[in-house]
Ligand binder design. Structure first.
Ligand code: ADP
Ligand code: AMP
Length: 213
């Protein structure tokens, strides 16, 4: 099964993708996580990506598409995968579609986690992440047991640089301009599904499972 999570930054794509990956036994692939891993390890890719991410902009397609294609070509992806944060532009969607078509393959669903902008600002400003294991929390909706400490690995939680209020507005604008057109793109392909992302995490997950079967 090959699934794409669509939605604004902070809509809950990652939260749901982790649960889906666990239930269906397929890898969760987040391009944002891959970039953050490269930034942490100070790689050339990380240095380049950081300049865009810090400004709330998208990393250019030239740096993103090959990286994604390499990742989905890995052995663990042979039974499918769930993409979280890719594609974010029409050209990225076309690159993926072409690569899959060449193998007589295609994605199964593009699921949009739909959340209005007002809730998004609230979600992103309250998000805390573990720099060590990548677990995501929210200070109100999904608080860690001990304040600012990761339940899973005990590391100190951080607020992502790009979740600071000044960057959040920019990322939302970029989403509407460059990523939202993917809704029409996948509607035209007959792959589009939508869930109400304002519901509780468990209810959103049930709605997604009902689609995936
Ligand atoms: P994305 O991957 O789309 O950027 P995340 O999954 O990281 O978004 O979620 C953004 C923030 O919102 C996180 O702090 C997360 O804990 C919280 N969150 C996710 N889903 C819900 C939900 N259904 N209700 C309330 N908060 C949520
Ligand atoms: P995310 O973790 O998905 O919220 O992504 C964090 C940031 O990484 C985004 O704001 C972009 O700067 C960058 N990024 C992640 N995925 C992509 C992508 N598919 N295309 C371009 N930039 C991306």
């Amino acid at each position: 099964m090959k699934v794409i999570m669509l939605g604004a930054p902070g809509a809950g794509k990652g939260t749901q993708a982790i649960k889906i990956a666990d239930k269906y036994g397929i890898p969760h692939i987040s391009t944002g996580d891959i970039f953050r891993y490269n930034i942490k390890n100070n790689t050339e890719l990380g240095k380049k990506a950081k300049t865009y991410m810090d400004q709330g902009k998208l990393v250019p397609d030239e740096l993103t598409c090959d990286l994604l294609l390499d990742r989905v070509a890995k052995d663990d992806c042979k039974n499918g995968y769930i993409l979280d944060g890719y594609p974010r532009t029409i050209p990225q969607a076309e690159v993926l579609e072409k690569a899959l078509n060449e193998k007589g393959d295609s994605i199964d669903f593009a699921i949009n986690v739909n959340v209005p902008d007002d809730n998004i600002v609230n979600r992103m400003s309250g998000r805390r992440t573990c720099p060590q294991c990548g677990e995501t929390y929210h200070i109100v909706y999904n608080a860690p047991k001990k304040e600012d400490v990761c339940d899973k690995c005990g590391s100190a939680l951080i607020q992502r640089d790009d979740d600071k209020p000044e960057t959040v507005q920019k990322r939302l604008a970029v989403y509407h301009e460059q990523t939202e057109p993917l809704v029409e793109y996948y509607k035209n392909k007959g792959k589009y599904k939508e869930v109400d992302g304002t519901k509780s995490m468990d209810d959103v997950f049930s709605d997604i499972c009902a689609i995936l079967g």
